[in-house]
Design a protein around this ligand. Sequence first.
Ligand code: SF4
Ligand code: MG
Length: 336
Amino acid sequence: KEKILEVKDLHVSFDTYAGEVKAVRGVSFHLDKAEAIAIVGESGCGKSVTAQSIMKLIPMPPGRIKSGNIIFNGVDITKFSDKKMEAIRGSEIGMIFQDPMTSLNPTMTVGKQIAEGLIKHQHLSKRDAMEKAVDMLKLVGIPNPDKRANQYPHEFSGGMRQRAMIAIALACKPKLLIADEPTTALDVTIQAQILDLMKELKSKLDTSIILITHDLGVVADMAERIIVMYAGEVVESGTVEDIFYNAQHPYTWGLLKSVPRLDAENKEQLIPIIGTPPDLFAPPKGCAFAARCKYSMEVCYETAPANMEYNKDHYAACWLGHPDAPKVERPVTERG
Ligand code: SF4
Ligand code: MG
């Protein structure tokens, strides 16, 4: 399999008046061509910052990539200039965000916003770009695309705005699409439709996808592998099967138990993970999850757990995987 992206030992910090916030601490993962992965974790775990680093969209300063490498399509883009990144953004890497209202331009028709990238990156004429824009609106399932292309974002519903965002992001056929909480603001039905659309487009256009979400519930049908982040680190990664049926990290167990279910009767079974993540001004020297972990041992507070391998795709950073660790009963999760 060919890799489209490789992130190696990425460290990202924000310099604030109160000190250095170590938002991403040694994150490594890869993405194959035409593969979809999900990066999952609570807000503040560093998943969005990781994505923004790939796009070079972290505000610098106060943000900075301290060390590590981001290799996109065989080239290390970590030290690319703004100008070089701008050429990649929107053409080779597309991005969609949670709230299309803040990323769409309210003063420009939707058609023109799709056409813009095509004119800039693919040097299409205005006319050809507008034609392609209408095709894109059709592709993302917007009815009456000819008419819709000439409308403004406020004339679109929330779900249609998100479809329009996807049309913009995919117009230039990027190799990689980064979707940061793309459906969080939408209601459940529309959310499912948007995820289906992304899945369909992925196979049609062969785009690799990074889906970023706090909600494990939305990734099962969409991603092939899942990366679980906590306090700026990857704590577990594996295939969807590995994570849903054979998770090894207590934080992942907690996430699985807090997956909301669609059937209303079961809503009260939703169990949030108690406690708050550690202070990233001064991350703990041992396991970052120790203060919230009901399985924590002395060693957990002393030494950060090594990454244990469960199979070729499945890793978890937890001392429970050590051969000498006490055997604990794996909790029965919603899916496992
Ligand atoms: Fe819990 Fe220890 Fe595993 Fe951390 S290393 S998740 S504290 S058991
Ligand atoms: Mg975020």
